[in-house]
Design a protein around this ligand. Structure first.
Ligand code: FAD
Ligand code: NAD
Length: 408
């Protein structure tokens, strides 16, 4: 008799931890487990902004999938999912054969939200994957090299404009501010010729965060040289620069390299066509299944799970993705063993910490506000904890030996 087949799509936080837990809980004869991902590596999305700024070696945050899954228990397929056909329980891949499933976990992550802003996708850079982070790093380096060749000592400015001052935008401008003095030195450019502008539509940065911590973050970043334009929106991006809009009217900033961190949505390509998703986020039921599909689970950034207390979906975070992976795996094991009553997803959130470069951070942990060195320490603990969950002490040691020092 054939074993039931569990197919997991995506190997970000949500997908890889679901597989890690399934391989731990299930006996080999209980199910066949398949993991599908575009790349043969897992990356720590929460550090992508550092790779993009060039303040962290990409090897530090890249983990070969084969090193964290039990290849005797899990079949890994490196391919791109193009379609899910729920009615006949199949997944179509870009290169390989269609996969049939008995249980499906959709964990395909996020993509940048554009809000219909003209030119955003074509003319700005976005932190959406390891490849995009590498691309940003190399564009930054070539902008510095070109500027040194053509404008050194002139009145010209080398401008990097980051659109959006949520957690991603804030963490990214801090890394830029740490890297740029080194690039200026390398290329013999006067640091006064280089500017980092962070544009935010709301009247303050980190709009959904504690105001006193947001003020602390703003002051810290300003000391590092970041300029803020608040209550100002990116209206359009073109090959030369950007058009901003505020109460004062339109403003043109050109030339400028624009990096868009103005928000995210789920994986629209797959999720919107197959499910009743809104902006790539598929509504998840209490037990993380998709309504009317008893064998399909959706977790991580491509899911929308409503917080009963607020009536609004939880924000897309690694923390939620990690917690969901555990409930999802438990529920699949339960179903495979003939169980009827599934676990409800009830996250206990520990808080959030935003880094402000390597030496400063702000956060709320277990309801307590933290800033400065203590917050930096909390952030490192969060990162270490994740590596421990995924690959134990061995993975922590392997990753600690890779440099995350500033690079020129
Ligand atoms: P992802 O991590 O996006 O993984 C999705 C996976 O699916 C990827 O491996 C991708 O290659 C693969 N994939 C996508 N499409 C396909 C396809 N068609 N076929 C095959 N494979 C595919 N959250 C926190 O809680 N704390 C933080 O400190 C934090 N920092 C962040 C910093 C940055 C710079 C960013 C961008 C986000 C940060 N977040 C943080 C949010 C967090 O990273 C996401 O919520 C988290 O990555 C979601 O995990 P996921 O598994 O759903 O998706
Ligand atoms: P976000 O949606 O949280 O922030 C985007 C920001 O861009 C908002 O402040 C918004 O007002 C602004 N914006 C939107 N349109 C704009 C425009 N046209 N012009 C100027 N500003 C505009 O997105 P994010 O920062 O990418 O975060 C995505 C998710 O990842 C969130 O859930 C966040 O909590 C999580 N995250 C967490 C951490 C952490 O915990 N350290 C770090 C990064 C991201």
């Amino acid at each position: 008799q054939q074993k039931p087949r569990v197919v997991v799509l995506g190997s970000g936080y949500a997908g890889i931890l679901t597989v890690a837990r399934l391989q731990k809980l299930l006996r080999k004869e209980e199910a066949e487990i398949l993991l599908v991902n575009k790349h043969d590596y897992h990356y720590l999305t929460t550090w992508l902004h550092e790779v993009a700024a060039g303040t962290c070696d990409e090897n530090r945050i890249t983990i070969p999938i084969g090193s964290v899954i039990d290849t005797d228990r899990v079949n890994f397929i490196k391919d791109t999912v193009v379609e899910v056909q729920k009615e006949n329980q199949r997944v179509l891949l870009a290169h390989g054969e269609a996969l049939s499933y008995d249980y499906l976990v959709v964990a395909l992550g996020y993509e940048p939200a554009t809000f219909g802003i003209p030119g955003i996708l074509e003319h700005s850079l976005t932190i959406r994957s390891m490849n995009s982070a590498r691309d940003i790093r190399s564009k930054i380096e070539s902008r510095f090299a070109d500027f040194a060749k053509n404008h050194k000592g002139s009145q010209e400015k080398l401008t990097f404009l980051v659109g959006g001052a949520g957690f991603t935008g804030i963490e990214f401008v801090a890394e830029l501010a740490e890297r740029f003095p080194l690039l200026c030195e390398e290329h013999g450019i006067d640091p006064k010729q280089v500017q980092i502008i962070n544009v935010e539509g709301a009247p303050r940065i980190l709009a959904n965060f504690d105001p006193s911590l947001a003020d602390y973050a703003k002051a810290s970043l300003e000391r590092m040289g970041v300029q803020f334009r608040l209550s100002t929106r990116i209206k359009a991006v073109d090959p030369d620069g950007v058009t901003l809009l505020s109460e004062q009217g339109e403003e043109r900033i050109a030339p400028a390299t624009v990096i868009w961190t103005g928000g995210i949505q789920g994986n629209t390509v797959v999720c919107d066509s197959a499910f009743e998703a809104s902006y790539g986020r598929i509504p998840a039921e209490e037990d993380l299944r998709v309504k009317a599909y008893e064998n399909v689970f959706v977790i991580g950034d491509c899911s929308s799970f409503v917080d009963k207390r607020t009536g609004r979906p939880y924000p897309p975070t690694a923390q939620i993705a990690i917690l969901q992976s555990q409930t999802c795996a438990n529920n699949i094991v339960n179903l495979l063993r003939g169980g009827k009553k599934l676990e409800a997803f009830e996250p206990f959130l520990k808080g959030a910490v935003a880094s402000l470069g390597k030496h400063d951070a702000v956060g709320v942990v277990f309801g307590v506000k933290v800033r400065g060195k203590l917050a930096v320490m909390m952030k490192s603990l969060i990162d270490l904890r994740y590596l421990y969950i995924l690959g134990g002490i061995k993975l922590i040691l392997a990753k600690s030996s890779t440099s995350c020092a500033l690079q020129t």
